[in-house]
Design a protein around this ligand. Structure first.
Ligand SMILES: *Cc1c(COP(=O)(O)O)cnc(C)c1O
Length: 395
């Protein structure tokens, strides 16, 4: 067997993640490797912590990049904050909420689910009822931005309800971070995790997480050992120096070059300004929406709950949604996402995350979608999609 180097094609990533990665970030990956306890590396990590504080809008001491993807950040929150025998309320309105339920069960705790339809935000009244009916729950877990549906829930209100009932709040902000406001301190969130490959536009495989003082107390005061050795924050605090004291002891080898990449993407965020990043995501979403509407296509989610960075488009009657995605990729190199679970076959998910949230991607994807749908004789309107998008872009 002969083997040769792998050269992936150039794609335009407009799915639910990964998103496009800027050349500056890719170049950072190729910089010389140094030891993960090298003083230069430690300096870079200290700087990264400040940048993560900025991204999360927090001053939480325990803020660091977990050396594994967003799913590991999710698991880190549950295994550290939850002990066997605890009860945890989990709000479920899509795929990722269901995964949280799994995490609670595997932590030996009892999940109490508050369920809402896919495509709807978390109902605050139902949550409040569940909190009243279940005194003593240890935490309320929820997904801020459900990537499976394109819905954003009211994180500030959920965190407040949790606090009022003496429960910690655990928030998934994998898709929301940097794309829409995530205000950890202002909202009083106790634990949050994200991922690098969505709006941070970095390579996948790292999960930034942050824990409030209340959460750290909970971790330090556990009766039982964290069942995951790798994700045990008591051990990781010693590695990242997050527990104070400065000295760093070996726990695992950090993904050194991937962390260079994350550092670079955070530097780029700082250069742009986080408010400008939020604005850009909103503008691109509005432009895409105008173009889709010109074609007679509609977004599934009610306007006030829509995520700008993840657009769930209803597939028109009689259209083979998989064929459209296949041709977007084959003919234009554009990746868009399929519907998951209950929404499979019914929607496309068009991501406008991070570097993928730009005017070229919006107009090109609209032109491609229009061309393909017309070629398939789909029942769409004869509007000027790119013109409508441009009108929004020009203000
Ligand atoms: C992508 C995603 C995850 C999982 O992240 P991975 O990096 O794929 O493990 C978790 N939650 C949400 C809301 C996501 O969109």
């Amino acid at each position: 067997m002969t083997v040769s180097s792998f050269h992936p094609p150039q794609r335009i990533l407009m799915g639910p993640g990964p998103s496009d990665v800027h050349p500056r970030v890719l170049q950072a990956l190729g910089r010389p490797i140094i030891g993960h306890l090298d003083p230069e590396f430690v300096m870079m990590m200290d700087e990264m912590k400040g940048l993560l504080h900025y991204a999360f809008q927090t001053t939480n001491q325990l803020t660091l990049p977990v050396s594994a993807p967003g799913s590991a950040g999710m698991e880190a929150c549950f295994v550290n904050l939850i002990e066997p025998g605890d009860s945890v309320i989990v709000c479920v309105n899509g795929v990722f909420g269901m995964r949280m339920v799994e995490n609670v069960e595997r932590s030996g705790a009892t999940p109490i689910t508050v369920e809402d339809d896919w495509g709807k935000p978390i109902d605050l009244n139902k949550l409040e009822d569940a909190l009243k009916a279940n005194p003593g729950v240890k935490a309320v877990a929820f997904v801020h931005a459900e990537t499976s549906t394109g819905v954003q829930s009211d994180a500030a209100a959920i965190a407040k309800l949790a606090r009022d009932h003496d429960a910690l709040s655990i928030m998934d902000c994998v898709t929301s971070l940097v794309g829409t406001p995530v205000l950890i301190d202002e909202w009083g969130i106790d634990a949050a995790y994200s991922g690098t490959q969505k709006c941070l536009s970095c390579v996948p495989g790292i999960s930034p997480i942050t824990f409030s003082e209340r959460a750290v107390e909970r971790i330090r005061g556990r009766n039982s050992k964290v069942q995951s050795w790798f994700l045990d924050m008591n051990l990781i605090m010693g590695y990242w120096g997050a527990g104070g004291g400065g000295a760093r002891s070996y726990h695992h080898t950090a993904p050194i070059n991937s962390l260079y990449a994350l550092h670079e993407s955070l530097v780029m965020l700082k250069e742009e300004g986080i408010e400008n990043s939020w604005k850009r995501h909103k503008l691109m979403h509005n432009a895409l929406k105008a173009g889709l509407e010109a074609l007679g296509l509609s977004l599934m989610v009610e306007e006030k709950y829509r995520l700008p960075q993840l657009n769930t488009v209803t597939v028109p009657e009689g259209v083979d949604e998989a064929e459209v995605r296949r041709r977007m990729l084959a003919d234009y190199g554009i990746e868009i996402g399929a519907g998951l679970g209950a929404l499979a076959g019914k929607v496309w998910r068009i991501g406008l995350m991070g570097q993928s949230s730009n005017a070229s991607h919006v107009t090109l994807s609209l032109a491609a979608l229009e061309g393909i749908l017309k070629d398939l004789n789909a029942p769409i309107a004869n509007g000027d999609a790119c013109g409508a998008a441009q009108k929004v872009l020009l203000g």
